[in-house]
Design a protein around this ligand. Structure first.
Ligand SMILES: NC(=O)c1ccc[n+]([C@@H]2O[C@H](COP(=O)([O-])OP(=O)(O)OC[C@H]3O[C@@H](n4cnc5c(N)ncnc54)[C@H](O)[C@@H]3O)[C@@H](O)[C@H]2O)c1
Length: 280
């Protein structure tokens, strides 16, 4: 018998190759869960999985593009075929803009710095000139990707009558328009509403669906913040009552609570590990 807060559970984690997804995979494994690590960056998924098995845990990696229904099906089936069930899903795969590649800062610099300088000279035009194809890409990964992952995993839970727990990763950007670009904030607001809707639709079968809306967390996605000068960085940190960005492990522990039986009466809820950003 495994020990830990997720003993004998099986968890699927999308975006498990980097950042918040990786920290969640490592913590869940430490707490006794067997983990399917899914990511579009296959080498990174393999790396996370290796870290887990090196530490004595159970894990299997899979390359998944969350925008593909077929990939999500393979991912959910892999959990059942490899570990005999599927209890938890954490949907951490995400992009901040259409050209985002986790770990590559160049598209971020181009997207954020170059665009911002240009549009400061031409107020209002950033909204008008937003590329609809870029919008579609962000919505496809962040919103539709979350839906497809949930559908594939919930199907397996229903078949085995498992009262599973699903954790979506939204953002403070789900509620605050300044916390990201237009498509990103829109996608995260969608993730949050989808979480609430799914919680209501799945409550009768005992499947819980909650969300985490992190503040600014130290991952590849926020690496661009380190390009600010000292004054800007100080102003940025001053927005956050705790005066610092969060660490991926601090989001993973919120996910652990939501996937464990300790949160058995939570569904349709969002937790904001955000250093106090949302205090009023
Ligand atoms: N870092 C933050 O400050 C922050 C704040 C709020 C929410 N989030 C959200 O947390 C989640 C994790 O982001 P992170 O900060 O760890 O960034 P990250 O770049 O470290 O991780 C994102 C992961 O998603 C994977 N991914 C991207 N597109 C994919 C696709 N189509 N299919 C499968 N995998 C894909 C990437 O390869 C990467 O491993 C994202 O949904 C992000 O929006 C992050």
């Amino acid at each position: 018998m495994e020990e830990g807060r997720l003993a004998n559970k099986v968890a699927v984690i999308t975006g498990g190759g980097n950042g918040i997804g990786r920290a969640t995979a490592l913590l869940f494994a430490k707490q006794g869960a067997s983990i399917v690590v899914a990511d579009i960056q296959e080498d990174k998924a393999e790396e996370t999985s290796q870290m887990i098995t090196d530490a004595g845990g159970q894990s299997i990696p899979i390359r998944v593009d969350v925008t593909s229904g077929a990939d999500n099906e393979l991912m959910a089936n892999l959990a059942v075929d490899s570990f005999g069930g599927l209890d938890c899903l954490v949907t951490a795969a995400g992009i901040s803009h259409a050209n985002y590649v986790s770990g590559d800062i160049e598209p971020d610099i181009k997207n954020v710095v170059a665009n911002r300088a240009d549009y400061l000279e031409r107020p209002g035009w950033e909204f008008v000139e937003g590329d609809p194809d870029h919008f579609d890409k962000v919505l496809a990964v962040n919103l539709k990707g979350t839906l497809l992952g949930m559908q594939a995993c919930v199907a397996r839970m229903l078949e085995s009558e498992t009262k599973g727990s699903i954790v979506t990763i939204a953002s403070i950007a789900a509620k605050h328009p300044d916390a990201g670009p237009l498509a990103y904030t829109t996608s995260k607001a969608g993730v949050w509403m989808m979480t609430k809707k799914a919680a209501r639709m799945l409550g009768p079968v005992g499947i819980r669906v909650n969300s985490i809306g992190p503040g600014f967390i130290n991952t590849h996605m926020t690496a661009i913040i380190d390009f600010m000068d000292e004054v800007e960085t100080a102003a940025f940190n001053a927005m956050i009552p705790l005066g610092r960005r969060g660490e991926p492990a601090e989001i993973a522990s919120a996910a652990l609570f939501l996937c464990s039986d300790e949160s058995s009466y939570f569904t349709g809820e969002i937790l904001h590990p955000d250093g106090g950003f949302f205090t009023e």
